[in-house]
Design a protein around this ligand. Structure first.
Ligand code: SAH
Length: 250
């Protein structure tokens, strides 16, 4: 099984690569090679029984789509896990909280002048849902590790939101819980190619006046919380892979 692990910023994938300033998360992540492709670096690695392709896309929907499509079409990844940080829309979400997307939408996709709902274009859909199986694995990991994993709607757009009015509009229009700049793009690509995916975000800010300041302060810490959870999911996926192989052999 080949798994794509994707972030948007270098800080979001750093913890997997042992190049961060903190203790390496993946001491047992055997790194085979780095491949340059389409303006990005893809780290080809192995984690226990899984093949891994790890990369950050750069910020925003266009780069995220490029990377997700490359992971699937060029590197033949069969599942995609996204890890990163997000702004909180739901006031109950605090910095460091982990949110798994149950639905993703594009808050800046707007042809409403033609009477269409926000986030909708013909032949598309407003909300895309991640894999139920991966959400279930996430729930198991959270239960086993005693980690509180929240679930919610993630709204994506090519804007860093640091404004209460815009945030409240997004909350009202999409019933969103968190906001970021890549998730729905990755979702659209995975949905088109029928690739199970999962989007995890740790809250870095409240998408308000202080968002840029909070973001800088909490980016690394929140990125680490998210990537560490993804590692636990890899562990579970690896166990499943092993038992499938054993079953197939017998
Ligand atoms: N400080 C960075 C820019 C960060 S943009 C620089 O100067 O290069 C914010 C990134 O974190 C995006 O990848 C987005 O997905 C996520 N994010 C976190 N908080 C956000 C918010 N309030 N609004 C939009 N995206 C947010």
């Amino acid at each position: 099984m080949k798994i794509a692990i994707m972030g948007a910023m270098v800080e979001e994938v750093d913890p997997f690569l042992e190049i961060g300033e903190h203790e390496p998360l993946l001491k047992y992540f055997s790194k085979h090679e780095d491949v340059e492709y389409g303006g990005n670096t893809y780290h080809i690695a192995r984690y226990r029984d899984l093949d891994i392709v790890l990369a950050y896309s750069k910020i925003g929907k266009v780069f995220a789509s490029l990377t997700a499509a490359t992971m699937i079409e060029h590197f033949a990844c069969e599942k995609l896990l996204f890890t990163g940080v997000a702004g909180a829309v739901d006031p109950a979400l605090k910095i460091g909280d982990l949110v798994a997307a149950t639905q993703l939408c594009q808050h800046d996709l707007d042809i409403s002048a033609f009477g269409h709902p926000h986030g909708y274009v013909p032949e598309g859909k407003v909300y895309i849902e991640p894999s139920r199986e991966l959400l279930h694995i996430a729930k198991e990991v959270a239960n086993e590790k005693g980690i509180e994993l929240k679930k919610g709607i993630i709204a994506t757009g090519d804007q860093f939101i640091a404004d209460n009015e815009r945030k409240e509009w997004i909350a009202r229009t999409f019933d969103a819980d968190a906001i970021e700049m890549e998730g729905a793009a990755v979702a659209a690509v995975c949905d088109a190619f029928d690739i199970p995916f999962f989007v995890l975000r740790a809250i870095s800010d409240a998408a308000d006046m202080d968002a840029a300041f909070d973001f800088d302060e909490f980016l690394k810490h929140s990125s680490r919380l998210s990537s560490s959870f993804i590692v636990s999911m890899l562990e579970k996926l690896s166990q499943r892979e092993r038992s499938t192989k054993v079953r197939d052999r017998s």
